[in-house]
Write a protein that binds this ligand. Structure first.
Ligand code: 1CP
Length: 353
């Protein structure tokens, strides 16, 4: 693969603080970005999305590029994240689904039997030409700032497909996981294949890192995670390894799974706000960087509180081999963008070496 370093200046995304921290190398400052930094909390996002359904926005390269760049005009973040959604690759291989405003992904025919699982086919670059085009354009626009590609983790994708939409208890999902392990393994294997195909498209088009969002996997205990999820996640990370980009793994409520999520093959383990980073260091094997973990709701408190809590995250993050500052989950829709702008600057100031 061609190097992204300019031999004359030694610059390029590979020299960025974000990629260095992912690789546990020394950094000039702690890098920062925010999950869901694009989107709902930005008035300029709401303007360009007016009258454009979410899945249509995800299939229009010029909109993807614009929305991905919007947060970078406001915040001094160290990385951009590709604007899309975790269900985009499923839609691209023909699953009948939509993203309903105020709800989330909704699947027309939930997958609960062998025929439904068997209909899930692999993804080819021709299924997502808009992704290749948008990533390529973004990498050109972003210069030295790395672009994070992403996909949903297999448990989270399985949950949307089996439940048919957002779910609190994942009833049908767990019924299949516990009651029909053969069918579950087939489904998870296919989702892993699709995810590998989809992440490869993004990295081959120029994404400098990938994040696997297994947002809802915290619903599973450690033994079941090890048996029913980890093998599939491991296969995804192993398939991406030869591409040479850092692999980040994140889920919500995964305090009891952090060690296993690292074992699955991530270079960087994302931590939600429930586990302090110095405790997360003890739970994850050596050789991993950590990402996180300010409670996104802290941003609703006065700035003094945000500052104190952000300094605490940075202090605890110093115990990790590499730390990427982030929120403990996505930016909440009513967040004041000025608080985020101030937070990104604070992280850089406080952590400058
Ligand atoms: O920074 C960014 O802009 C990235 C954009 C992004 C990402 C990373 C979107 C846009 N979706 C995602 C990933 C995603 N989608 C995750 C993993 C991250 C996380 O845990 O937050 C998940 C679980 C989803 C599923 C999803 N899509 C939901 C959650 C529903 C639930 O189960 O509670 C929702 C509301 C969506 C729709 C969606 N995705 C993105 C946007 C901007 C929207 C809202 C669109 C609309 O309402 O029109």
């Amino acid at each position: 693969m061609a190097s992204d370093t300019d031999p004359r200046t030694g610059s390029g995304p590979s020299q960025s603080a974000f990629l260095k921290a992912c690789r546990r190398q020394p950094v000039p400052h702690t890098p920062v970005w925010f999950m869901r930094q694009a989107g709902r909390s930005l008035p300029e996002y709401l303007r360009v999305r007016e009258g454009v359904p979410m899945l249509e926005a995800c299939a229009r390269p010029e909109l993807i590029v614009e929305i991905t760049l919007q947060p970078l005009r406001r915040y001094a973040v160290d990385a951009a994240i590709f604007f899309s959604d975790i269900v985009v690759p499923l839609k691209a291989i023909g699953v009948d689904l939509d993203i309903k405003p105020g709800v989330g992904p909704v699947v027309a025919d939930p997958i609960r039997d062998r025929a439904g699982v068997a209909a899930l086919r692999r993804l080819t670059p021709d299924d997502v030409p808009y992704v290749t085009e948008a990533v390529g354009a973004l990498v050109g626009e972003l210069g030295d700032t790395p672009l994070i590609g992403f996909a949903g983790g297999p448990f989270t994708l399985a949950s949307y497909l089996i439940e048919g939409g957002p779910s609190k208890n994942h009833d049908h999902t767990k019924a299949m996981m516990y009651g029909e392990p053969g069918l579950w393994a087939d489904l998870m294997g296919r989702l892993a294949d699709i995810t590998i195909d989809y992440l490869k498209v993004q990295v081959e088009a120029g994404a400098g890192a990938i994040q696997l969002f297994d947002s809802w996997v915290g619903a599973v205990g450690p033994d079941d995670y090890r048996e029913s999820v980890l093998p599939h996640t491991r296969r995804i990370f192993e398939a991406i390894e030869p591409l040479g980009v850092p692999r980040i793994h994140f889920g919500v409520g995964t305090g009891e799974l952090l060690g296993l999520m690292g074992e699955a093959g991530a270079d960087v383990v994302g931590v939600d706000w429930r586990v302090p980073l110095d405790e997360a260091v003890r739970r994850v094997d050596p050789g991993k960087a950590l990402q996180g973990n300010l409670d996104p709701a802290i941003l609703f408190a006065p700035w003094e509180v945000v500052e104190r809590r952000a300094r605490d995250v940075l202090n605890r993050g110093r115990t990790a081999e590499g730390h990427i500052f982030n929120l403990g989950h996505g930016v909440l829709p009513t967040t004041d963008p000025d608080q985020l702008a101030r937070l990104a600057d604070l992280v850089h100031e406080v952590s400058a070496r």
